[in-house]
Write a protein that binds this ligand. Structure first.
Ligand SMILES: [Zn+2]
Ligand SMILES: [Zn+2]
Length: 294
């Protein structure tokens, strides 16, 4: 690869890095597989580390949502071991299968990347679809058998912390993981088989950006901290830690992952305020029915 190559000189820094990775690896299956595995590990544990450090500093306790529940380092260590084991066992195989799926669905690995607007629109769509999937399956996981046999594992921690984001039963990791990787695959399949729709094709870099953002969202929503500068204070429909912490605290309600609208519209918000609201609504409804029948 030479710097004077006119094709390469038109690429931005990330595109050059991306192309160099595939040229260096000289094996696309290994390059994609390793890229996804490393992205997952670096983003997940890399994002958990600042939360672990914040847990050690009493100054930050003023922003802890459940301030009296500080997790011990021993508990964090046990959780770390379990998550690592689950990554290696449950997620390694699908990661290695990803490149063959990508090539058969024409998910591009070429440079240059698509325009930033196309990538942003696709990532926004995946956020919306994942949240829909997550809300549905998470609500299902709270039903009797599913809760007792699968989802109870994730609810071991009533006051969550970053590392607990992926602490879950393997069946749950897979079912909820479909919401993250399944929709890009479905999108690429629809784009490939319905040329008349003129859907912009999907690039593997877009999928990588989406997976990174989803990992950040998952870890942050388990952080246990709500700062004045947390995203939901600026974007009121963003769920964030305040939303998911209540789910762990009260065990019911707040089932969505990224946004607040499903819990709002389907009346499944958690916490005493939402419960009082529901009770008042039921009372008003009962009174109205009684008056009608008199
Ligand atoms: Zn739950
Ligand atoms: Zn959780």
């Amino acid at each position: 690869m030479s710097g004077s190559d006119p094709f390469l000189s038109n690429l931005n820094f990330i595109e050059k890095l991306w192309a160099s990775w595939y040229i260096y690896m000289d094996n696309d299956i290994l390059a994609t597989g390793l890229l996804f595995f490393l992205t997952h590990e670096i983003m997940y544990f890399g994002r958990c580390l600042p939360w672990f450090i914040i847990d050690q500093i009493p100054f930050f306790n003023r922003w802890k949502i459940q301030a009296n529940k500080i997790v011990s380092n021993k508990e964090q260590w046990e959780c770390l071991k379990a998550v690592l084991k689950s990554h290696l066992l449950v997620e390694a195989i699908p990661i290695w299968l990803f490149h063959p799926i990508c090539s058969s669905l024409k998910i591009s690995i070429e440079v240059p990347f698509p325009s930033i607007w196309i990538m942003a629109a696709q990532v926004a769509l995946f956020f919306f679809l994942e949240d829909t999937w997550h809300y549905t399956f998470h609500r299902m996981f709270h039903w009797g058998w599913f809760y007792k046999n699968i989802h109870k594992v994730h609810h071991k921690y009533a006051a969550p912390f970053g590392l607990a984001a992926e602490y879950a039963h393997p069946a749950e990791v897979m079912a909820l993981g479909v919401g993250t990787v399944g929709f890009p695959i479905l999108y690429a399949y629809i784009a490939k088989t319905n040329a008349n729709l003129n859907l912009p094709s999907l690039h593997l870099f877009t999928v990588t950006v989406w997976v990174c953002m989803r990992l950040l969202q998952a870890v942050d929503s388990h952080s246990g901290y709500d700062f004045p500068w947390s995203l939901h204070n600026f974007l009121p429909f963003w769920a964030g830690a305040e939303h998911h912490d209540d789910h762990h605290h009260y065990f019911i309600g707040n089932y969505a992952s990224s946004f607040r609208w499903y819990d709002y519209f389907f009346d499944s918000e958690s916490g005493p305020v939402a419960r009082r609201g529901r009770e008042n609504k039921m009372k008003n409804h009962a009174e109205k029915t009684l008056k009608k029948n008199l």
